[in-house]
Ligand binder design. Sequence first.
Ligand SMILES: NC(=O)c1ccc[n+]([C@@H]2O[C@H](COP(=O)([O-])OP(=O)(O)OC[C@H]3O[C@@H](n4cnc5c(N)ncnc54)[C@H](OP(=O)(O)O)[C@@H]3O)[C@@H](O)[C@H]2O)c1
Length: 301
Amino acid sequence: MKAVQFNEYGGPEVLKIVEIAEPHAGAGQVRIAVRAVGVNPAEWKIRAGLFGDFMPVTFPSGVGFEAAGIVDEVGEGVTGVSVGDAVFGFGTNTAAEYAVLTSWATKPDDMPFDVAGGLVVASETAIRCLDYVGAKAGDTVLVCGAAGGVGSALVQIARARGITVIGTASTPKHDYLSGLGAIPTTYEPGLASRVKDLAPQGVDAALDLAGAGIIPELVEITGDPARVLSIVDFTAPEHGAQFSPTPQDHPERALAEAARLYSKGALNLHVEKTFPLAQLADAQALSAEGHVTGKLVISVG
Ligand SMILES: NC(=O)c1ccc[n+]([C@@H]2O[C@H](COP(=O)([O-])OP(=O)(O)OC[C@H]3O[C@@H](n4cnc5c(N)ncnc54)[C@H](OP(=O)(O)O)[C@@H]3O)[C@@H](O)[C@H]2O)c1
């Protein structure tokens, strides 16, 4: 099968399309014929060697953590899914014609494959963030970096849970954020005073999805470091805030919630651009610029 791999750390040019043996579903897994793969910033960071100290890569390395497609092998012990079902979920080396998934949910019939392929990491991370800070109906949550993949899912899921969201993005994206249901503001200096004007009653929690070094300011805004969580800034714990690096147990529960919300019309995903598998390097280069709106997706097959 065709897959994307890299054999050394480096720029996007180290990514190559290769012919390799197909993977097979082990116990508790399914294999899918891949239709769409979401592009995540972690992938260009891993390829560039930025995570080499704590997440070293064995070369040749595949690419991709998430995908949507059609189940064509069901591993031992797996129930509730059959060959021919359309699913979306977490896996490894998903940027390929076939990929093994370790957790998944059924794709709603009317959910396009590119949306499903891009919603896995975004929706699981969004739900994890809201759960970790204990955000509940009636709360106000500040989301820094609200216009990217995780932020776009987070704003919609929070709104569906009855949470008010103040979201940061550059000014040209404020209509986009309003459309998702957030109250937009910029991430220029002076955030605390703008947030005070927008939420005089105060902010119950603050989520850092951008990693721009603002944890102390978010602690000041919430008045409680335990109500601040970052998924990017490793220094968050130095300020008493939480840092969440990886999916929680049973990520399929979050995916099932995302599917339910999609079917109710409460969650969608703006796909900024789709690329063929052979142009994954271009997609990673665009992701690395740091200004994607919604998600970039690789279309396969
Ligand atoms: N720890 C975990 O479990 C986990 C899981 C998923 C993702 N992540 C990490 O979380 C981050 C976000 O992921 P993502 O997929 O949402 O990324 P993304 O889609 O690439 O995010 C792009 C967005 O970031 C915004 N942005 C850039 N600089 C900003 C700033 N200083 N303040 C606020 N917004 C800013 C951009 O808005 P403008 O264009 O308006 O600047 C753009 O819309 C990435 O670093 C990713 O690696 C971590």
